[in-house]
Ligand binder design. Structure first.
Ligand SMILES: [Zn+2]
Length: 318
């Protein structure tokens, strides 16, 4: 058979990656009910509200998020939490995840387990996830509104014995502190071999997205949904990946409507989908893809999201 007669096979679809999910926000709701019952804790009304699909201001979300985080007080609980992320990723058809987590909150602020037990639990969960065919890595999240002093404390905690699965450092929480003040923290993390991301333009103004890139030097944006057209141009030009989480945005940034994802893709921004806090705001990769389709994205745009998701994933990089 001549070369010209070889049938052209369609290129295989790239791996489907959950590009942004939090350990503390990814707990299995059944596990949360069981563990809180065992400890005699009442579930906060904010958590019940979010589970039932209601929108809340960001502060209400933080209460629900912290309630789950408080249950992560042993190696075993942390392992369970990683497995909840793994099983949800599989259920949504995914094969990998970039997992944000806040060890400083659990180990130092709450003092509810040791750093060693925390990393042991993460390592055990990731190795079981790998046996299920999943790739996962960790991005350590610092709290933006606690400021750069807190950021340095997070690095003081993790840098002396950084596990190999930690690939990045990020800020999250309320966007209360200017990114230029975070630049020295980001520089220190980068010098230690970590990549830098920031939640920006989520609960703060769109100008935060531009500042995170230009003043903070971050190489990845989480959400970015309030960015203006000029900022989208900047993100496209610099090929900055942006993690988009439609269910989370609908619950916590309902006023950003219509969702800017189609506009961001048209501007050439390298967007990809993630689930953010699916244990608090129920969703998985399938619901997020459906939400993106409902925004009017065609098959080519959906394929681009998936391709970006794999090409820019930190869990697939060395
Ligand atoms: Zn997030």
């Amino acid at each position: 058979m001549g070369e010209h007669n070889v049938p052209v096979m369609p290129a295989p679809a790239p791996p489907l990656i959950d590009r942004h999910t939090h350990l503390e926000g990814g707990l299995d709701p059944a596990w949360v009910r069981r563990e809180s019952g065992r400890r005699g804790l009442a579930l906060p009304a904010t958590l019940e509200a979010l589970w039932s699909g209601r929108s809340l201001p960001f502060e209400g979300f933080i209460e629900a998020f912290l309630f789950g985080a408080a249950l992560l007080d042993s190696r075993e609980a942390v392992r369970e939490a990683v497995l909840a992320v793994a099983h949800r990723t599989l259920a949504g058809g995914g094969t990998g995840f970039d997992l944000w987590t806040s060890p400083h909150f659990l180990v130092v602020h709450r003092g509810q387990l040791s750093l060693g037990d925390f990393w042991d639990g993460v390592a055990a969960g990731l190795s079981e996830a790998e046996a299920l065919g999943l790739r996962g890595c960790v991005v350590v999240d610092a709290v933006n509104h606690f400021g750069p002093k807190h950021g340095h404390a997070v690095l003081d905690l993790i840098l002396p014995a950084l596990p190999p699965f930690v690939r990045g450092f990020s800020t999250g929480g309320l966007e209360g502190c200017p990114f230029r003040d975070w630049a020295p923290v980001f520089n220190r993390a980068r010098a230690a071999g970590l990549r830098i991301a920031a939640h920006a333009g989520e609960n703060g103004p769109g100008t935060n997205v531009r500042e995170a890139v230009l003043d903070g030097g971050v190489s990845r944006i989480v959400h970015g949904i309030r960015a203006d057209e000029a900022t989208l141009e900047l993100l496209a030009e610099r090929r900055i990946p942006v993690d988009i989480c439609p269910s989370s945005n609908r619950a916590l940034a309902a006023e950003v409507d219509p969702h800017p994802l189609p506009r961001m893709l048209r501007a050439g921004v390298r967007c990809a989908l993630g689930t953010d806090d699916p244990g608090v705001i129920p969703c998985d990769l399938e619901t997020e893809a459906r939400a993106a389709r409902h925004m009017g994205l065609d098959e080519a745009a959906m394929a681009r999201l998936r391709r970006n998701g794999a090409e820019d994933a930190w869990c697939l990089s060395d």
